[in-house]
Every structure is written in structure tokens, then in C-alpha cells.
Design a protein around this ligand. Structure first.
Ligand SMILES: Nc1ncnc2c1ncn2[C@@H]1O[C@H](COP(=O)(O)OP(=O)(O)OP(=O)(O)O)[C@@H](O)[C@H]1O
Ligand SMILES: [Mg+2]
Length: 361
């Protein structure tokens, strides 16, 4: 049977013969089939949604035309399938759809008639965006757990000798407190030890995230406490603080100490991003439908490049000379342990907004 895309009867027959029409129509995968002339003869609803081009403009037209409109190229696994007589499987790609970027998995099949002659090709494109996101989550979780195990081991080994050094240094300080020069050195050493201790503490938080001890708290009071702490720095650094709190925010069940640590890190990151001053806006919004509270930390700082946005939550990723790169990693963990999430929007040269979402109750 030779297929002819100009002949509607042929298309119908083709459909009936090789597909369950219902399957094609209702499939969540985009299905596009072409005949030997490389004209489109099947183009289901999901294909329409994916391409953003209605079937009326595609059916019966050359597939290359659709490609040209959609991608600006003529390179296609479907055309290759037909031309080379070889199907493709598990081709992953990221495509732009009317509803945003989508991760897809594509494969092609050759359609043959009873005599084994090739009469067409089919392209199936499956949306694997949520699967990809899940994979990424698992990958992140695994990375954290490996680091966690390592961290716990190292922290113990390092902490004990450090405590001894710290103790003896303090003793030395007492004994030689008349020697100004020596005292200066000792204080530097004590300062550095406390820095190492700080890193270890953050490390341990990653390793064995302490189960949050949650109590009902007013999120605005928690915020204000942190903003009061950093007020002096805002003044020195010429940073204007704007607060806009949603009065409808109910109490939230949180471990205030842990949440404070998150806020402090977000605020100090914002301050660090505005070396020549700027504005930090902190606002809250209660979403009663979702039963969540959103907290926005918006700065007018340097912003973060698109490519680096993926890295900032990674352990030890830092662009600062004295940074540990654990601040956001720990913050991410804490918010995750509270059943919430942290997101970031950023425009290089304009600023960044970190959005913390916390469930109420
Ligand atoms: N508001 C922001 N504006 C611009 N860049 C930011 C902002 N917040 C974070 N970053 C980038 O993300 C990186 C990682 O941040 P993170 O808080 O994890 O570590 P850090 O601040 O470098 O060190 P520390 O462990 O001391 O917090 C920063 O070094 C910076 O490059
Ligand atoms: Mg930080």
C-alpha cells in the first residue's frame, strides 16, 4: 500500500490500520507521522501543544516546513529515520514549548506494510521534565549524604585536637598577656580556630541535620531579630532596608534558631552582593490557598549569571575570598527539613531575589 498524504482516505486508512486512533488522540506523548513524501499525516493534540502550531497548518504539509518554523533547521531524527531506514531511540533534548522549557525523550519508528516495504515514519516525543527534576533531586540528595558521612568523620577527628590547641592558646594568652605583640598573634590564632570551628559546625549540620525543634512562631519577629542584628552593617554599607510584611501571615511551626540561620545567610549574601550600597527589600506574602508563607529577599546587587545559578546551592561553591560556600547549602537543607523550598531569580547587573516558601502548620 502506497500512502499519499494528499488523499484523506489514505490517511484514515493508515490511521486505522497502524494505530488505534484513540491511542494517538489521547496519548500524552506528541505523535507525528509522515509518509514517504515526508508529508505529515498524523499530528495529535499533544504534538499541537508541544509545537504550538495548530494541526490545520501542519497536516498534509511537508514535515520539513514544520521543522523550519519550529527550529529553523532541517535536521531531524524523523527525516533521517525515513531517509536512512534507521529508527532512533532515547534521544533526549530540551525544547521550547508555549508553556515553557521542557525536557523530552524522543524516539522514532519505521512503518512498514505487509510486504515489509517502508511506508512512513513516526516520531514520538515524551515529556520527561518531572522525571528529570526527580533525578536531579535524587542526585543532590546523594551528593549531600556522601558529603554528610565524610563531614561527620572529619569533624570528629579535627574537633578534638582543635579543642586542645584552643585551650592551650588561651593558657598562653593568660601567661603572656603583658606581651602585646605575642597577644596579637595569639588572638589571630584564636580567631582562626573559631573560624575552623564555625566551618565544622556548618559541616555537621549537613552531616546530621539536627531534627528541627519546631514551635509556633511569628515569622516577622524572627525576621526582625535578624534585621536588627544587621542594621549596623546596612548603615556602614549604605544599604537601604525596605520591609513589607503581610499582616495576614499566620504563626508558623518552625525551629526559630535554624530559620534565623537561613535568614542571616540570605541577608549577609545580599549585603555582600552590594559592595557599593543599594537596597534590600524583605517582604512576606501569605498564600491561604496553598497554606504557605513566601518570604522574599530582594537585593539590587551584582546578580548571578544564569550558568552559576545552578551551582550556588552546591557545597563549597563560593565566589568570595573568605567564603566557605556552605551558607546556601545549609540553608537549603534547613528549609527542606521544614517541608519548604528556596528559589532564586536573578538578573546579572540588576540583583537577585531569594524566595523562601514555608508551609503553615
Ligand atoms: N544575593 C546574592 N547575590 C549575588 N550572588 C549571590 C547571592 N547569594 C549568593 N550568591 C553567590 O552564591 C555563592 C554561594 O553562597 P553561599 O552563601 O552558599 O556561600 P558564601 O556566601 O560564598 O560563603 P558562606 O559559607 O560564608 O556563606 C556566593 O559566593 C555568591 O557567589
Ligand atoms: Mg553566604
Amino acid at each position: 500500500m502506497a500512502l499519499n498524504s494528499e488523499n484523506q482516505a489514505d490517511i484514515k486508512l493508515y490511521n486505522k490500520k497502524y494505530f488505534s486512533e484513540q491511542y494517538v488522540d489521547n496519548s500524552s506523548s506528541a505523535i507525528i507521522a509522515i509518509d514517504l513524501n515526508e508529508h505529515v499525516i498524523i499530528y495529535n493534540q499533544s504534538a499541537e501543544d508541544l509545537m504550538g502550531i495548530p494541526s490545520g497548518e501542519v497536516l498534509g504539509r511537508p514535515f520539513a516546513e514544520l521543522l523550519e518554523r519550529k527550529t529553523g533547521t532541517q535536521d531531524s531524527i524523523l527525516l533521517n529515520t525515513l531517509r536512512l531506514g534507521r529508527p532512533y531511540s532515547h534521544i533526549e533534548a530540551v525544547v521550547e514549548t508555549p508553556s515553557g522549557m521542557m525536557n523530552v525523550m524522543a524516539y522514532t519508528t519505521l512503518v512498514k506494510d505487509e510486504n515489509d516495504n517502508i511506508i512512513g515514519g513516526i516520531l514520538t516525543i515524551r515529556d520527561i521534565t518531572s522525571q528529570k527534576q526527580l533525578e536531579e533531586k535524587i542526585f543532590k540528595a546523594e551528593k549531600f549524604s556522601v558529603i554528610g558521612e565524610l563531614a561527620a568523620g572529619i569533624a570528629h577527628e579535627v574537633r578534638n585536637p582543635l579543642t586542645a590547641v584552643n585551650g592551650f592558646l588561651q593558657l598562653l594568652g593568660k601567661k603572656f598577656n603583658h606581651d602585646k605583640q605575642l597577644m596579637q598573634y595569639i588572638n589571630i590564632m584564636l580567631g582562626e580556630i573559631s573560624r575552623i570551628n564555625h566551618i565544622i559546625c556548618e559541616f555537621l549540620l549537613l552531616a546530621r541535620p539536627t531534627v528541627p525543634v519546631k514551635r509556633k512562631a511569628n515569622i516577622h519577629e524572627v525576621l526582625d531579630e535578624i534585621l536588627l542584628l544587621t542594621e549596623g552593617e546596612f548603615l556602614i554599607k549604605n544599604i537601604n532596608l525596605v520591609r513589607l510584611y503581610d499582616k495576614n501571615c499566620p504563626l508558623v511551626n518552625i525551629d526559630s534558631d535554624q530559620i534565623k540561620q537561613v535568614f542571616l545567610n540570605l541577608v549577609s549574601n545580599a549585603v555582600a552582593a552590594m559592595p557599593r550600597g543599594g537596597q534590600l527589600s524583605v517582604f512576606t506574602r501569605y498564600d491561604s490557598a496553598e497554606s504557605t508563607i513566601h518570604l522574599y529577599f530582594e537585593d539590587t546587587g551584582t546578580g548571578i549569571d544564569q550558568a552559576k545559578l545552578e551551582l550556588i546551592f552546591d557545597p563549597f561553591y563560593t565566589t568570595k575570598e573568605d567564603g566557605t560556600g556552605l551558607g546556601l547549602t545549609v540553608s537549603y537543607r534547613i528549609i527542606e527539613n521544614h517541608g519548604g523550598k528556596i528559589e532564586v531569580l536573578s538578573t546579572p547587573g540588576k540583583g537577585s531575589t531569594f524566595i523562601v516558601t514555608l508551609p503553615v502548620g
